[in-house]
Design a protein around this ligand. Sequence first.
Ligand SMILES: C[S@@+](CC[C@H](N)C(=O)[O-])C[C@H]1O[C@@H](n2cnc3c(N)ncnc32)[C@H](O)[C@@H]1O
Length: 348
Amino acid sequence: MSMVESAESAEDSRRSQATDMPVQTVLAQASQLLAAAGIDTPDNDARLLLAEACQTNLHELDKALLMRQTLGELAAGSMPAGESLVETELAGHLAAASFEGFIERRVQREPLQYIVGHTPFRFLDLAVGPGVFIPRPETESVVQAGLDWLAGEQTTRERLTGKRHTAGRLEEPLVVDLCAGSGAIGLAVATEVSRAQVWAVEASEEAAVWTRRNYERYRPDIEAHGSKYHLILGDAASAATLTDLDGQVDLLISNPPYVPESQVPTQPEVAQWDPPQALYGASADGTALPRRIISRAASLLRPGGCFVMEHDPSQSQTLRECAQAVGFSQSSTGQDMTGRDRYLFAIR
Ligand SMILES: C[S@@+](CC[C@H](N)C(=O)[O-])C[C@H]1O[C@@H](n2cnc3c(N)ncnc32)[C@H](O)[C@@H]1O
């Protein structure tokens, strides 16, 4: 037997052993490795990665723990007819190999979402990977603030006219997402609002690969809502981008890069894996790019249109003042779920 063959068969026999191990033991071993790598949530990460490796969900994983199943049994259970011993062995072997690879990557502090290749955002499950910013839960509330405003406007117009959505263009609200990344904001709007006309702008071609992939996945949903989604590759803050929409946009939502350059993140998942062009706001206090986005928003929005932009908790007052200076009639700050100042809300 050659050295390569003997190394392969050693690996095979280790995976066969893992196949016969109780799920609880497999999880405990992985969790120990993740904790030693400095991960704050080792148990949670091990569970999510194991569920993904077995192509199942956390509910089935909990059931397997309760029933004291082996890794092979859990993995075979997710196959259409995982009954026979051979199938159990094969499914367990494949799952053990995937899980081992996932844990090795996570020990290198690669974000969990890149490893599994997707992440939830509102009602969406978005594809993500190296090159694109992973959507964060705080942005879900930023989108909600914009959608609440839109629903309120539509209801007010209905009350005034006595007809459902007869409010001129609000029947087909024109919505812009500046700095689109994976497409999280614009795709959420296009799949949650009927007949929305969404324009999204992204500067990075590498990120836009993911925006397009997510758009293709949700295209049927978008069409079912009678909505439209368009992606433009360019500088979101430039007056040359979306010029034709100047003065017409109803709602503009943005999550631009805003991390202060004076506060470089230390967490490896962010510092080593998030694309730098998605993070930094181009000045020590991180407001240089957000200020340019505010100016562009002032030109794009129609009078009475709404602007919602995520920011760092340290930037609320500066950005409210900037909005007032470029002609917004009202501006306020919204908080995230932890009560920290998180977004600018302004009316043109
Ligand atoms: C913080 S990420 C937000 C992505 C997405 N909107 C989300 O909430 O998950 C910022 C995005 O803006 C893009 N970006 C940076 N500068 C830009 C610019 N001048 N014009 C357009 N996009 C830009 C980055 O490539 C990145 O995808």
